[in-house]
Design a binder for this molecule. Structure first.
Ligand SMILES: NC(=O)c1ccc[n+]([C@@H]2O[C@H](COP(=O)([O-])OP(=O)(O)OC[C@H]3O[C@@H](n4cnc5c(N)ncnc54)[C@H](OP(=O)(O)O)[C@@H]3O)[C@@H](O)[C@H]2O)c1
Length: 278
């Protein structure tokens, strides 16, 4: 399996690369160079968001890279202050403008923002945008099963993707299984688990790295892939952008995967979507 052929078939028939490049905290000024480095390395999935404030730089890189647009899988997300049918459509059109493209491969609702009570209506707007050809796939982020159930009840459709916090300290095995049963692809954000504590310094990770002659970052990215997740590590450093992509030449043993999964703490590093804080 090579990086480019390793794709997931989404529940709407589209194919999505399983390894991508995340751009959170990459500023608009540095995004162009970073995404150009990612595309030159071979990444074909690029993840941004309205909220990251870097869509102009990301778009410049995608459009100037020489890689045909049809070979890049571009994701962005609608932020919480643009929930509702009209606001979401306007946010999508503004993202397309900033990205300099006439379609997205995947558009996500960034958070359910349950206090607003508008995520089902917002998802309907995404489905309308799909019907209108502005997006190829519609998905969500940070949705718990209760939010996914509401979307399904309101629209008859399960989102193609749910992008959630997922790393060895917070494995989300129940959510992964629940989503797999419904054909919802799981995409891991914060995959290296570096926000609190350091997954990369854990003995279970460093031992596997040593055994395979790989880096801790590569081992954790493999752990995601072998768990069936789509994974989008971010680095602003060209050497790490390359390192994080070079993960297809080895395989963790079942014991190594289990030892890394045993790092589970049950604690999120980010906000619980059910809390309504976002
Ligand atoms: N939907 C959501 O709510 C949500 C939330 C958060 C993130 N995301 C998405 O998920 C992507 C990834 O999450 P993230 O950026 O929060 O975290 P991450 O990719 O898990 O970690 C990024 C951090 O790890 C460092 N790093 C990267 N590769 C490394 C390596 N091989 N060895 C050691 N350190 C390494 C980076 O530093 P350097 O840059 O200095 O290399 C950066 O500090 C984001 O960029 C964004 O696209 C989505």
């Amino acid at each position: 399996m090579t990086q480019l052929s390793d794709t997931v078939k989404l529940n709407d028939g589209a194919s999505m690369p399983r390894l991508g490049y995340g751009t959170y905290k990459v500023g608009d000024d540095e995004a162009q160079e970073a995404v150009e480095a990612a595309l030159a390395t071979g990444y074909r999935l690029i993840d941004t968001a309205e909220m990251y404030g870097n869509e102009v730089g990301v778009g410049r890189a995608v459009n100037g890279s020489g890689v045909p647009r049809s070979e890049v899988f571009l994701t962005t997300k609608v932020w919480n202050d643009h929930h509702g049918a009209k606001a979401a459509r306007e946010a999508l059109e503004a993202s397309l403008e900033r990205l300099g493209t006439d379609y997205l491969d995947l558009y996500l609702i960034h958070w359910p923002s349950p206090k607003q009570g508008l995520y089902v209506e917002t998802y309907e707007a995404l489905l309308q945008a799909k019907a209108d050809g502005l997006i190829r796939s519609a998905g969500v982020s940070n949705f718990n099963p209760e939010h996914l159930e509401q979307v399904h009840e309101g629209t008859g459709v399960w989102p193609a993707v749910n992008q959630v916090e997922l790393h060895p300290y917070f494995n989300q095995p129940e959510l992964r299984a629940w989503q797999a049963e419904r054909g919802i692809a799981t995409e891991s954000w914060g995959p290296l688990g570096q926000r609190t504590g350091s997954v990369l310094a854990e003995p279970a990770v460093t031992a596997a790295a040593e055994a395979h002659g790989r880096t801790p970052g590569q081992v954790v990215i493999r752990w995601h892939l072998q768990n069936g997740c789509i994974v989008i590590p971010k680095s602003a450093k060209p050497s790490r952008i390359a390192e994080n992509f070079d993960v297809f030449g080895f395989e963790l043993t079942a014991q190594e995967v289990a030892a890394i999964s045993a790092l589970e703490t049950g604690e999120r590093q980010g906000i619980d979507p059910a809390s309504g804080e976002r």
